[in-house]
Write a protein that binds this ligand. Structure first.
Ligand SMILES: NC(=O)c1ccc[n+]([C@@H]2O[C@H](COP(=O)([O-])OP(=O)(O)OC[C@H]3O[C@@H](n4cnc5c(N)ncnc54)[C@H](OP(=O)(O)O)[C@@H]3O)[C@@H](O)[C@H]2O)c1
Length: 156
């Protein structure tokens, strides 16, 4: 099962530089509860952004895959994937795709479940989520707070 999880505002904005454009603690807690200890896949930019945030602390995941086209990249806590499409096409276990913009775009055609946190309002930034064809998905769960609408879509 390929799970994809992200937060975006009303313009599908997801990032500014290598950062998230907002600081909404309840959404961070939601994301952490979903991904803690899980096998995750992320792009190189997101990996180094998270490393900067966690500093010397280990990243809170199980197995970590990092997509990069840099064949010389070696990471001590992650497996580097140089060829993302064949990797995701043949992956048969549970995995959580956790960003960023490039990796979401490349993996979206293969995603079985979309965990979307809709951040209310609009923000400043420069990284966006690609267009989603919602005719391919059913909304199977949603819950709303003052700041965020949490949703889960499943491929038909
Ligand atoms: N709101 C959210 O939920 C959320 C979650 C995560 C991240 N973000 C945001 O997303 C932004 C980062 O996104 P990004 O697009 O800059 O970076 P990214 O998706 O984290 O990383 C992109 C990486 O993918 C590699 N790549 C490209 N095509 C590939 C392929 N076919 N096979 C293997 N690797 C491939 C590139 O390698 P090379 O560098 O070697 O070209 C690049 O390093 C940040 O602003 C971050 O805050 C938001």
């Amino acid at each position: 099962m390929i799970n994809m999880i992200w937060a975006m505002d009303e313009n599908q904005l997801i990032g500014i530089g290598d950062k998230i454009p907002w600081h909404i603690k309840e959404d961070l807690v939601y994301y952490r509860n979903k991904t803690r200890g899980q096998t995750v896949l992320m792009g190189e930019a997101t990996y180094f952004s998270l490393k900067g945030y966690y500093k010397t602390k280990p990243l809170p995941y199980g197995k970590i895959y990092v997509a990069s086209i840099n064949k010389d990249l070696v990471l001590d806590d992650a497996i580097v994937i140089n060829d993302l499409i064949p990797f995701i096409q043949s992956f048969n276990e549970d995995i959580w795709v956790v960003g960023g913009s490039t990796i979401y775009k490349l993996c979206l055609p293969y995603a079985d479940r979309l965990y979307i946190s809709y951040i209310k309002g609009t923000h400043e930034g420069d990284k966006y989520f690609p267009t989603i064809d919602f005719s391919k998905y059913n909304l199977i769960w949603e819950e709303e707070s003052e700041l965020v609408r949490y949703t889960l879509f499943e491929r038909k």
